[in-house]
Design a binder for this molecule. Sequence first.
Ligand code: SF4
Length: 334
Amino acid sequence: MAEILNLNQLAAKSLAGELLDRQTAIAVLQSSDETLLDLLAAAYRVRRHYWGNRVRLHFLLNAQSGLCPEDCNYCSQSKISSAEIEKYPLMAQEKILQAADRAAELKAGTFCFVISGRTPSEKVFNQVLEAVATVKDKHDLKICACLGLLSESQTHRLAAAGVDRVNHNLNTSENYHSNICSTHTFSDRVNTLKNVQAAGITTCSGGILGMGESDDDIANLAYSLRQLNVTSVPLNFLIPIPGTPLGDTNYLNPRQCLRILSLFRLILPSQEIRIAGGREVHLRSLQPLGLYAANSIFIGDYLTTAGQAAKMDLQMIEDAGFVLENSDGSILNK
Ligand code: SF4
């Protein structure tokens, strides 16, 4: 398959705004290890055009954990998971503010505020709005809220409260979605993203790779995200958590993760692409290479699993010759 790839031409097409056809997308995913650095160089050409050598940092807070009535197979917080995780209702405002302090200290530009659940109750929603105001009052952090399925009236209220972005991942392709969740549909997720956009808030939406989906599904996820014109794309590599239905799933290796990141960069040239959960577990020693396709990472921990020490992330970025940027695109002074 790799032989049909002209990687220079691919980068040029991507930069010209042309959509990679399906056959080429599959060929990228199935390309050989020998062509991996050439593929990354093509992805880097596109990344450099839009993002230079800049890396954005996001800080994640799991502000409400577990106790979720949904059945997402990958998630340790779902009703069908027996994973031993901490479960708690929405954190007190004081704890949320402490986490925002930590985000600012780590030079994160965006504070990603996540709560478990299908959709927030009115009580929790109001507390979230209050927390947004408290954090915004103290810090110059962008706020990205991940609150589950949202109606149009909820997204308008978030906009009025100053939420900068809403995260709601498509997770996988439309075809594969029913294999990983039965309590809501792919269309439910798309509708939430449309409600967010209708309220004038930018969207953050990506997926989880390594759940048994086909290469076709991976390409379809990228095509759907492009069609929806999302602003930011977090790509998670499945961390198989014991006690979840996908607890012993392992389809990934570091080179395949790099091919996936490169494909998303070529299909979503100007979008912010983030290496999200699973970076340390699946890219391992090849983590810095991921920055040649992606331009953002999470610093600190993930939802229910720990990330590597922030100091190591900052060192990795510096060692690779990349620089940190603020969420407005300016370079962050050390
Ligand atoms: S991913 Fe979200 S909606 Fe699905 S089970 Fe986990 S917390 Fe619930």
